[in-house]
Design a protein. Sequence first.
Length: 337
Amino acid sequence: MVGISSSAYNGNELLKAFLESKSANEVLGNFLGAPVLDDPSGRLHDAAIISLDTEWWQKEPKPVTELGMSELENKFISPNIHANNILTGVQTAHARIIPHAHLRNNFPGAGDPEKFELGTTKFITEDEARQVLINTFVRPHQLDPTYLQPIILVGHAVDNEFDHILSEFGVDLLSYGTIVKVIDTQAMAQDAGIKGPKGPFIGLKDLLSHFNLTVPNLHSAGNDAAGTLIAAILLALKDTLYPGVGHNKPPAIVDGIDVQWVVSALMTANKSPVPVWGLELFCTRCERDNHLRSECFAKVQCEICTSSGVKRLFNASRTHTTGRCLFQHQELPPSDM
């Protein structure tokens, strides 16, 4: 990047080396009212805490369909009840990838990409997605643009995110030298003795449920990114917020305040701002950019389904364009006409 000196990278490498031996609780606690770590680089104070989630179509070729990115805005304050003064600072961006936005998973528990209630969904191209990722994780410090802001990346089974972003967008997030610590909420839960109902690894839904929280429509990228960051903060503050609870489930209501209020606040009064990038309107049925699929009355017809020789596909041929047909990616069923 122009104007960024080699010292910009060297300082982050020093911070990364310092944080390598620090636990997730120590690193996050630095921003959540615990004693500040005395790092030799002097840059930890400036780090951003960002959660990342990708969703992809579960059938071949498994393209990425959504991106979710949450960032913690409320830092360096002592937590109040349920840390709601910190958690309401979780701000989330949700993007649907235009070429693949029509590909919907239908397995039990699959998320609905059209239901993002924490902010505003934007539609972006693959090139725009690549640039959004780079701009999020490779950004000059606001006060001193001669060096890159260090990033603490939070994820749930986070290695999957790196793999999919690299294969889909050609972006190796770890190669830029800005990510100084990777925190996995699955590992945090294991360290805290919190287990899943079917084994040692716990899913995001069950982890949030342990803290008496329900984030709606999980397995959609924006909601998963927000849920992951919320879970990481509660795990780091567990002993502070709920002393003596150990690995057991903490109380949902403390001093008359229900922890679920935090999610309600993120859906109303603390809703995330609208991203400056992308399209707010795009129809995955007719491919126009002046309305959403739920508002579409355009006449469309899919040539693949029309000529498929399969009755149910023929009957569905006017529900989408040829360019949005699922059978571009999978074999047609046997003819029955």
